[in-house]
Structures are given as structure tokens and as C-alpha cells.
Design a protein around this ligand. Sequence first.
Ligand code: 5GP
Length: 184
Amino acid sequence: MKKLFVISGSSGVGKGTVIKKFLEKNPNFKLSVSCTTRAKREGEEHGVNYYFLSREDFMKSVENGEFLEWAEFSGNCYGTNKKFVQQCLDNNEDILLEIDTQGALQVKKKMNNSVLIFIMPPSLDELERRLRGRGTETEEAIQKRLNTVKSEMENAKCFDYKVVNDEVDRAVEEIEKIIRNEQV
Ligand code: 5GP
């Protein structure tokens, strides 16, 4: 049975960079485009980065059972399109979900072919240093993010694999190895 790979990681851990690199090296993998109620950031496109929905439309999709999983993260809703995932699996295509830990645990419960990978910072101190290094957040916002990190680490205990992002190329290689081993 085709495996469904799910990657999660705290903000500030460099997950975006790792996934981008992975997809460059493995163009056969499709990244699922999620729906979200959060505002579009500069440079983002509807249908490419996310499907940007109003909260009302998002909730309609929830009621219609269109999401494989969905969760609220930092005041916005995010959900994975069930039909897209099923189509990829049916067509024997390689698929990757990049979602938060709450969503990942929902996927684990529903799909017994799922493989959960959590990207870890080298240490919590390092993550705090990276978050502070951005210099854009207030002390309150930093504390909020660090508290989220703690609950994410707690959820990560249920993940199948943990990969430390000490160095991007090395982390990508470790993920490739995990995937190769799972696909045999
Ligand atoms: P951002 O707003 O920075 O793009 O994403 C915030 C968080 O939402 C990230 O941790 C990201 O992995 C997560 N996320 C993105 N799409 C989904 C989704 O479809 N479901 C869930 N549960 N989380 C998602």
C-alpha cells in the first residue's frame, strides 16, 4: 500500500527550507496544498501555497467532510483536502503533507499507511535563539511561540521519526533514507 508521508515541525525550526530542498531533489513527490483561513502573505498565490478561504467557507467544507484533518493554529484554521490525498494514493503517486502536529495525529488515527516525521531543532535553546534572532517578535509573542513548541514536542512523542535539523542537507538525506526504507 502506498505510504502517506507527513512532516511537522515547530516554527523557527527551518522546516520550510528542508521541505523545499527535499522536493527539489525528489520531484516525483507532490506536496498537498492545504486550505486556510489565514490572510495571504506577500508573494503567496491562491492554489499554489494554499487555498485561501473565508472562515465561513472553511467551516462549510468541515461540515461537508471535505478535510482529511483540520486544526486551528495560532488563531487560523488549516485543513487537508481529503479528495486530493485519496486521488494521489489511488494513482500510486508519492505525496507529502506539511501540517501541524495536531493535524498529523489525526492523520495517524485515520490512515494506517501514514508515516509521521517530526523536524526537531538542535535544542530548545537554539530554537529560542533563532526565534529571537529574527528580531521581529515581541517578548510576549516569543513566549507564546515557545509554549506552542512545548505542546508540539509533547505531540511529537507519537511520531514515527524525529529528524534534527542541525544542517539542512543532512536532515534532507535522513528524511530520504526514512522514506526509502518505508517504501520497500
Ligand atoms: P503558516 O501559516 O506559517 O503557513 O502555517 C502555520 C502552521 O500550519 C504550520 O505549522 C503548518 O505546518 C500548518 N499547516 C499548514 N497546512 C496545514 C493543514 O492542512 N493542516 C494542519 N493541521 N496544519 C497545517
